[in-house]
Design a protein around this ligand. Structure first.
Ligand code: ADP
Ligand code: MG
Length: 252
């Protein structure tokens, strides 16, 4: 059965897109069929996979407003087994235009129905807000992975995110679960990073994945070459950690 996973945290810059892209690529490397859905108007995941946004014929926005079917939005990538639904700045309009549309939270879920049986995983890269797009992502998903930056203030706002997930579970999607919390940008040289890890483990116990993603410059460089890190530098700590994370996720 297809597993649909949202990568979400309303904070920006915590590693959502890096995780969405590199988890998707790592799962593809492990021979899974993966669809990455870029659900952020900043479209960083789309850029990170080397897609020329102005040249796009259609993007997630067209699908969400019902102008294009999912089949016409699927873009193959340079990575075997990895397909992308791209985004662009049009997505900004979605929230406003859908203000009073019926079942506006279920648009993405419905859009994905015909694609579901073609993929083992659908990974959704969420925007940095608890917005209508995130609500769509959560309504369409079986689970949520929360990247947590191993830095001060990391846990701030997490309560709000967990409350939102609970409310969405009650109102729209009773089967939604939190798959786990992923510590990102871990720096083993600082006590601060270790403190965040200790705090997260103390509060969230086994919900915290064993794999930690280290701070690694290759992860930051890879998007500028339009490549996931497993293609950019597969021997880097960043590539190895996302491969470990993919394996851990497959077991969970
Ligand atoms: P978000 O999607 O949550 O806003 P991003 O994944 O775009 O966060 O990450 C924010 C910035 O940090 C980007 O420039 C990205 O390349 C960089 N980055 C993310 N994870 C790492 C990491 N583990 N090591 C080094 N840089 C990282
Ligand atoms: Mg992002």
């Amino acid at each position: 059965m297809t597993q649909i996973i949202s990568i979400a945290n309303q904070k920006g810059g915590v590693g959502k897109t890096t995780t969405a892209v590199n988890l998707s690529a790592s799962l593809a490397k492990l021979k899974k069929k993966v669809l990455l859905v870029d659900c952020d108007s900043q479209a960083n995941a789309t850029t990170a996979l080397g897609v020329d946004k102005p040249a796009l014929e259609s993007s997630l926005y067209d699908g969400l407003i019902g102008e294009t079917g999912i089949e016409d939005m699927l873009l193959p990538t340079m990575m075997t087994g990895l397909t992308l639904v791209p985004a662009n700045v049009d997505l900004i309009g979605f929230e406003v235009e859908m203000m009073s549309a019926p079942k506006r939270e279920a648009r993405l879920k419905e859009l994905l129905v015909p694609a579901a049986d073609k993929f083992d995983f659908i990974i959704i890269d969420c925007p940095p807000a608890l917005s209508l797009l995130t609500l769509n992502a959560f309504s369409a998903s079986h689970s949520v992975v929360i990247p947590l930056q191993s830095e001060f203030f990391a846990l701030e706002g997490l309560g709000q995110l967990l409350d939102t997930i609970k409310r969405i579970k009650n109102a729209f999607n009773s089967s939604l679960i939190i798959k786990g919390i992923l510590l990102t940008m871990f720096d083993r040289r600082t006590n601060l990073s270790q403190n965040v890890v200790d705090d997260a483990r103390q509060y969230f116990k086994d919900l915290v994945f064993k794999t930690k993603i280290p701070r690694n410059v290759k992860l930051a460089e890879a998007p500028s070459y339009g490549l996931p890190v497993v293609l950019y530098d597969k021997t880097s700590p960043g590539a190895k950690s996302y491969m470990s994370f993919a394996r851990e996720l497959l077991k969970r």
